[in-house]
Design a protein around this ligand. Structure first.
Ligand code: CTP
Length: 394
């Protein structure tokens, strides 16, 4: 596939080198079209060497080949990463002062913008209006990640991880639908930790991979995603707002807050059913006698709570379960008990479920027949869940 990688003049331009590598190493032909300012951050030789194609910001080079029209016409995808406030403004207004903006005007393929800038610039009404215009015209504008910006400040405005931008682009190239556009989705992921003392906790083996795959695919399908992440060491999925929590109490608070206006809530997190009755303020020391027993108390069941207090608008609630025996019967019982619409029952086994890239599941449907999702990447399992969710939303 032919990809145009537009790079505009932000410090995150260096991260676009990695995005370029991901495209070329997976067999895509990439033309890099930087702006003049992008070349102040990363020079022409780097882009040319990594892409294997000549690189210019100008419309006046190789004019006999009419590059200002041809590059856009030939592309299967244009991705602008990083997209500065300036390039978003120029794209929204149809300006054509350099090769990149000419390319954006001539491209008839999907266009993805990955903005990166300081929070003030991202939240400025002018930028918000330009982003809204571009989205109305069908461009995909990925919400920037929240985190450390250039200098000491933090906030929304970071370029998402290049691998995450790449995943979104691959889905666009494959023509995956954006059927969750306009939907608000909450996904919980990871595993909660219940503190025993300041250094110890009771936890579980959840890696967060399945929950992150759900958040990543929902964002790629156009949803506004809040990802409540319990102790996950993975890069933020592009476009999702990530809320980090540790304990079940914090997870409950974050999920209930975010779920109020949500169309879909997916509880993929492995939630501790119990927590120590008391959290020692200081580290428990070894003593000569027998150790003190740890008394446990029950945690609230967040999924059951969501099922009980549904909002006035329609909301699809999805639960997860890991079962080893009587998968369907136990799952059905759990689905009923927890009052959810769909229950994704993971088959626990070698190379499946915890910490692995693959999964296989049976999705139990409250008012229908179960759907088998064959073994495959967690993204495929996530897409199968979203297919069922999307069908219920319409
Ligand atoms: N869950 C939850 N709150 C809890 C425990 C679980 O919201 N305190 C959610 C999980 O996120 C998952 C689903 O409930 O979506 C199933 O969790 P599981 O622990 O398998 O359910 P249990 O009812 O605890 O069943 P079991 O007896 O098999 O442990």
């Amino acid at each position: 596939m032919k990809v145009v990688l537009g790079v505009s003049g932000g410090i995150a331009a260096y991260k676009a080198c990695e995005l370029l590598r991901l495209f070329t190493e997976s067999g895509h032909e990439v033309r890099v079209v930087p702006t003049r300012d992008a070349l102040r951050f990363v020079g022409e030789p780097t882009w040319a060497a990594l892409s294997g194609h000549p690189v210019t910001a100008e419309v006046w080079d190789d004019v006999h080949e009419v590059p200002h029209v041809r590059i856009g016409q030939a592309a299967d995808l244009v991705v602008v990463a990083p997209a500065t406030a300036d390039v978003l403004a120029r794209a929204a207004h149809g300006l054509a002062g350099d090769l990149l903006t000419n390319t954006l005007l001539t491209a008839r393929c999907p266009v993805v913008f990955a903005p990166a800038m300081h929070t003030e610039m991202w939240q400025h009404p002018a930028t918000l209006a330009n982003v809204a215009t571009l989205r109305e015209r069908g461009s995909i504008v990925i919400d920037p990640a929240v985190g450390r910006l250039t200098g000491a400040d933090t906030g929304p405005g970071r370029l998402p991880d290049p691998a995450e931008i790449f995943q979104i682009c691959l889905r666009v190239l494959r023509g995956r639908p954006r059927d969750l556009a306009g939907r608000k989705v909450v996904v919980s992921a990871g595993g909660t930790r219940e503190a025993i003392d300041p250094v110890r906790f009771i936890g579980n083996r959840s890696s967060g991979l399945q929950g992150y795959a759900l958040a990543r695919t929902a964002a790629a399908r156009g949803a506004e995603v809040t990802l409540v992440a319990a102790n996950v060491a993975l890069p933020d999925p592009a476009g999702a707002t990530v809320v980090r929590v540790e304990s079940t109490t914090e997870l409950r608070e974050a999920v209930l807050t975010a779920s109020g206006g949500a169309d879909v809530v997916v509880m993929a997190a492995a939630v501790a059913d119990f927590r120590p009755a008391t959290r020692h303020e200081s580290k428990i020391k070894k003593s000569d006698g027998e150790p003190e027993p740890i008394h446990l108390v029950k945690n609230p069941d967040i999924l059951a709570e969501l099922g009980e207090r549904r909002p006035s608008h329609p909301q699809v609630i999805v639960g997860f379960a890991a079962e080893t025996d009587d998968v369907i019967a136990n799952g059905r019982d759990k689905l009923r008990r927890k009052g959810c619409d769909l229950l994704v029952v993971n088959q626990v086994g070698p190379g499946l479920a915890f910490g692995t890239p693959d999964n296989a599941a049976t999705v139990l449907v409250a008012d229908g027949d179960p759907v088998e999702v064959p073994r495959g990447p967690k993204e495929d399992v996530a897409d199968a869940v979203w297919d069922l969710v999307a069908a219920r939303l319409t």
